[in-house]
Write a protein that binds this ligand. Structure first.
Ligand SMILES: [Zn+2]
Length: 148
């Protein structure tokens, strides 16, 4: 058991505390940082799991990236990809749905692609989610080359 952020060896308690509240293995210091992030932005645990899974796959992303208007759960700036984790997908109201569409429209206008991933997909299909994001990144990279 090591901290996913700094690779420090974790004791049993560190491991237990971090797994319980953040869902990932983190040392006390990095667990504290994630807890602050969750308190400040109400970050879904699945966003944190996905962030570290992407990191393991060699993809640098940013958690809670401020795009000038709002905080994006995960942003991969290299290919201008924004990822939002929907934590209550089944309970989406029409108001939230139209807001999501409008936000997606604004990001497209700014050259960003927004994908929304239901939290249960991250929880149950983490590897597949990462593989699909890698595929999306390849597609975006190819498109960026065509435009430039
Ligand atoms: Zn650490």
């Amino acid at each position: 058991m090591i901290c996913l952020e700094c690779k420090k060896e974790l004791g049993y308690l560190d491991h237990k505390n971090a797994m319980e509240s953040a869902g990932v293995e983190l040392c006390t210091k990095h667990h504290e940082r994630i807890k602050q992030l969750i308190t400040k932005h109400d970050t879904p645990l699945e966003a944190i799991q996905l962030y570290y899974a992407l990191k393991e796959a060699g993809i640098n992303s940013m958690l809670e990236w401020w795009d000038g208007k709002k905080s994006i759960d995960i942003a991969i700036s290299r290919v201008k990809l924004n990822i939002e984790i929907d934590s209550a997908y089944d309970k989406l109201t029409e108001h939230e749905a139209i807001n999501n569409l409008e936000e997606a429209m604004h990001s497209f206008k700014n050259g960003f692609t927004t994908i929304r991933i239901p939290h249960i997909v991250v929880r149950y299909y983490l590897n597949e989610t990462v593989n699909n994001i890698i595929g999306i990144m390849e597609g975006l990279k190819a498109n960026i080359k065509v435009i430039n």
